[in-house]
Design a protein around this ligand. Structure first.
Ligand SMILES: NC(=O)c1ccc[n+]([C@@H]2O[C@H](COP(=O)([O-])OP(=O)(O)OC[C@H]3O[C@@H](n4cnc5c(N)ncnc54)[C@H](OP(=O)(O)O)[C@@H]3O)[C@@H](O)[C@H]2O)c1
Length: 288
C-alpha cells in the first residue's frame, strides 16, 4: 500500500492522477489534513486518512499497513517548523513499520542557501538517510508553473519582467510531469536509496524567458534585473505577505547563486518521454 502526504495539494493531486491508471485505488492512501477537501478522491475509491504534520500521532495512524510513503514536503514557510514536521513524519513512518520513504526535496539543497526552503530540505535528507529506512530522494527543481507568477501578471502590458535573478540560469519542470515521475518511481523497482535530480534541461536565464515570451506572444518583453531589496519593496506594495516575500527574495538570490543551474537526463528517463519545455508551456499559457 502507498501513502501520499499533502494529497490535497497540487503535486499530491498530480501524483494520484498519474497513479490511478497503475494501481487499484484502494491501494492508495491519501493523507490529508482536511478529509472534506478529499471527497473526490474518496469517490474514486482512494482511502482517505486524516494526518496533520503538526500532529505526529495522526501520521502514525494514517501510515498503518503502508509499505511506501511519498512524503511531499510541507508548505509551511517557517524553517524550524518545516524541519520538525518532516522529522516527525519520518519518525511516524518508521514507528508504523513503513519500509520505504520517497521524499520531494529541492535542487542542490544546502544549509548555506539563501533560499529559505533549501536548508530544511538538506536537514530532512540527512535525517531520512540516517533513519535506516529505505529512501528515494527526488531533488525537484522549480515548477514551470510558477513562471507566470515570477514574471508578474502585468508582463504583457508593461513589456517588462522586473526580477532579481541576475544572469542566473534556472531549470524548470512541469508540476504534473513531476507527479508522473513520482508515480513511475512509486510503481517500479530499482529506486532504493537513490537520489534523483528532477531537473530537465535546458536551463534558462530571465533574458531567455523574456525572449521566449516575445516569440510566443509577438509582444516586446524585456528583463530588467533589479536588486533583491527592490524586489521585496515591490511585493510589499502589492501586499504580498512577509513570509512569501522572504521566500521569493531568497529564491531569486539562489537563482543568482546558480543553485538552479542544473540539467539532468534523469527526469526524461524517469518520465519516459521528453518533458514539456519553456516555449511549449508559455504558448499554452500566453499563446493566441
Ligand atoms: N519546486 C517548486 O517550485 C515548489 C514550489 C512550491 C512549493 N514547493 C514545495 O513542494 C511541495 C508540494 O508542492 P505543491 O505545489 O503540491 O504545494 P501545495 O499545493 O501548496 O500543497 C502543499 C500540501 O501540503 C499540505 N500541508 C501543509 N501543511 C500541512 C500540515 N500541517 N499537515 C498536513 N498537510 C499539510 C497542504 O494541505 P492542504 O491541502 O490542507 O492545504 C497541501 O496539501 C510544497 O509543499 C513545497 O514544500 C515546491
Amino acid at each position: 500500500m502507498l501513502a501520499i502526504t499533502g494529497a490535497t495539494g497540487q503535486l499530491g493531486h498530480a501524483t494520484i492522477q498519474a497513479l490511478l491508471p497503475k494501481v487499484p485505488p484502494q491501494e492508495i492512501v491519501a493523507v490529508v489534513r482536511d478529509p472534506q477537501k478529499a471527497a473526490a478522491l474518496s469517490l474514486l475509491g482512494v482511502q482517505v486518512r486524516q494526518g496533520d504534520y503538526n500532529d505526529p500521532a495522526s501520521f502514525g495512524a494514517a501510515f498503518q499497513g503502508v509499505d511506501t510513503v511519498l512524503l511531499i514536503s510541507t508548505s509551511e514557510t517557517e524553517n524550524e517548523l518545516r524541519i520538525r514536521q518532516h522529522r516527525q513524519a519520518i519518525d511516524a513512518a518508521q514507528q508504523a513499520g513503513v519500509r520505504h520513504v520517497v521524499y520531494t526535496s529541492i535542487t542542490n539543497p544546502s544549509p548555506d542557501s539563501r533560499f529559505a526552503a533549501s536548508p530544511g530540505h538538506f536537514a530532512t535528507e540527512q535525517y531520512l538517510k540516517a533513519s535506516g529506512l529505505t529512501y528515494t530522494i527526488l531533488r525537484n527543481t522549480l515548477y514551470l508553473d510558477i513562471v507566470p507568477m515570477l514574471v508578474g501578471q502585468d508582463v504583457l502590458t508593461s513589456g517588462k519582467i522586473y526580477f532579481a535573478a541576475g544572469d542566473g540560469q534556472v531549470g524548470f519542470a512541469l508540476r504534473d510531469e513531476i507527479g508522473q515521475v513520482l508515480a513511475n518511481v512509486l510503481t517500479t523497482d530499482g529506486h532504493d536509496n537513490q537520489f534523483y535530480n528532477i531537473a530537465p534541461g535546458p536551463t534558462y536565464s530571465f533574458q531567455d524567458i523574456a525572449a521566449t515570451l516575445n516569440e510566443v506572444t509577438g509582444q516586446p518583453v524585456a528583463y530588467v534585473p533589479i536588486s533583491g531589496d527592490d524586489l521585496a519593496a515591490g511585493m510589499r506594495q502589492h501586499q504580498v505577505p512577509e513570509p512569501m516575500i522572504a521566500l521569493l527574495q531568497g529564491m531569486a538570490s539562489a537563482m543568482q547563486d546558480s543553485e538552479f543551474d542544473l540539467a539532468s537526463p534523469t527526469f526524461e528517463r524517469l518520465l519516459g518521454r521528453r518533458p514539456t519545455d519553456l516555449k511549449t508551456y508559455l504558448t499554452t499559457v500566453y499563446g493566441k
